[in-house]
Design a protein around this ligand. Structure first.
Ligand code: PMT
Length: 399
């Protein structure tokens, strides 16, 4: 997602410097060109060679480096950067950057850079909470910096509190948000549903399906990267909540109906990737159902069909996208749902097709509107998300 982008990663002297190695590696895996600048103190924690091996670029540490006399290193790096990321940042660097002090390679380069800047402070809780540090971070935010809050937990110094460096994957999300996508969904409110529902039988058991949530989470993540104000309504999954989304947790089809319909009128686009149970036990036992030797029958009743409800209460200008999980006659059945539920777009997938459907990182979808059918072939769920959002944007432009 970062092909053609240059990230200038500033690493400062704190124990979290070792996590910056993973961050550099994650950025490289996204095909970013990564240049690392280390402060003198950072070199006490990690060797420059580690970053050089990971990024395949010289790690810059000294203002008076004479290896490339033809260019002024700090200006050349500042001009090249699409993003400056200081991670981990010490209280000292935050103070210097907030006041324009440039007494080493890192501070001089950052002061010369005109691109977006992100800082991820990590330090002892008392240092972080000190009003001076807070003022400095606020000042940086006032100058347009994005400040990633540290997390709470057990710190290397033995204290417990706020100051831990976040997971490098989490920091990567900020870089992707800044650099990876055009903000073509800015100003739009998008609600996405994801994951399975669980319909209780008794206090111990439930009926569910194989949805992992991956498809819906990918849509929510990409929509947020593209600038939308995203609400993700999700059944139980094992996935990390996507960054930059408003997250609503649900369990049953009834919960999903309540939470989605409460928010639906405010949405520009609703995308329903959740695998919602069509039936639930008509009676939920108060006690665990005991074993017996005779046959057992579970009477079922219909759950509310949220998508159908949304289709019959569609707001002016609102776009509604459903999914259809089929095992045969995909196009015909998906088209029936498109009509019956008054949808603008339906995304069909067949669980029997290799690489499609539940739990996989890929999907094979057919995008169907009233007058078009597109089958883009097997793609990652992120790429499928991109195609769905592109299609919805083009429908929106058509009016
Ligand atoms: O989560 P993953 O493991 O990544 O898998 C992705 C997926 C297979 C779950 C996803 O791609 C998908 O197909 N989701 C929809 C599955 C489904 O429930 O299809 P359906 O044909 O039964 O339902 C049609 C549409 O009506 C769906 O948009 C569904 O959200 C909606 N619906 C269904 C029943 C109900 N009571 N209320 C609803 O809103």
């Amino acid at each position: 997602m970062l092909k053609g982008k240059t990230v200038l990663l500033g690493v400062c002297g704190g124990i979290a410097a070792y996590k910056a190695c993973e961050l550099a590696s994650l950025l490289v895996k996204q095909h970013a060109e990564v240049h690392v600048i280390m402060t003198k103190n950072a070199e006490e924690f990690v060797r420059p060679l580690t970053f050089e091996a990971l990024t395949k670029h010289r790690c810059v540490t000294d203002t008076f480096d004479r290896e490339h006399p033809e260019e002024v290193t700090h200006i050349a790096l500042a001009q090249k950067a699409d993003l400056v990321l200081i991670a981990p940042a010490t209280a000292n660097i935050a103070a210097k950057l907030a006041h324009g002090i440039c007494d080493d390679m890192m501070t001089s380069t950052v002061l010369a850079a005109r691109c977006p800047k992100v800082i991820a402070p990590a330090m002892n809780t008392n240092m972080y909470e000190n009003p001076v540090t807070q003022d400095n971070l606020e000042r940086l935010s006032g100058y347009g910096w994005t400040v990633i809050e540290p997390v709470s937990g057990l710190l290397a110094c033995g204290d417990t509190g706020k100051g831990k460096f976040p997971d490098p994957q989490f920091i990567l999300q900020y870089v992707l948000k800044e650099l990876a996508f055009e903000k073509d969904l800015a100003g739009l409110r998008v609600l996405v549903t994801a994951g399975p529902t669980r319909e209780a039988l008794d206090p111990v058991r439930y009926i569910t399906n194989h949805s992992s949530g991956k498809m819906g989470y990918a849509i929510a993540r990409i929509a947020a990267f593209r600038g939308a104000d995203v609400t993700l309504v999700s059944g139980p999954t094992a996935l990390e909540i996507p960054a930059f989304t408003n997250f609503v947790s649900i369990t049953s089809a009834e919960d999903l109906f309540r939470e989605v319909t409460a928010r639906s009128s405010a949405q520009d686009i609703i995308i329903k990737a959740a695998a919602v149970a069509d039936y639930r036990p008509s009676h939920v036992a108060d006690e665990k159902i005991r074993k017996s030797d005779s046959d057992m029958f579970i009477p079922l009743e219909r759950t509310p069909d949220t998508l159908r409800h949304l289709g019959s209460h569609k707001q002016e200008g609102q776009l509604l996208c459903g999914f259809a999980m089929e095992t045969s006659n995909l196009e015909e059945r998906a088209r029936e749902k498109l009509k019956k539920k008054n949808l603008d777009l339906i995304v069909g997938n067949n669980v029997k097709v290799p690489g499609a459907g539940f739990g996989t990182d890929t999907n094979v979808v057919t995008l169907i509107t009233e007058d078009s059918v597109e089958s883009p072939g097997i793609m990652s769920k992120e790429e499928v998300a991109g195609c769905i959002l592109d299609k919805l944007l083009s429908l929106r432009k058509q009016g």
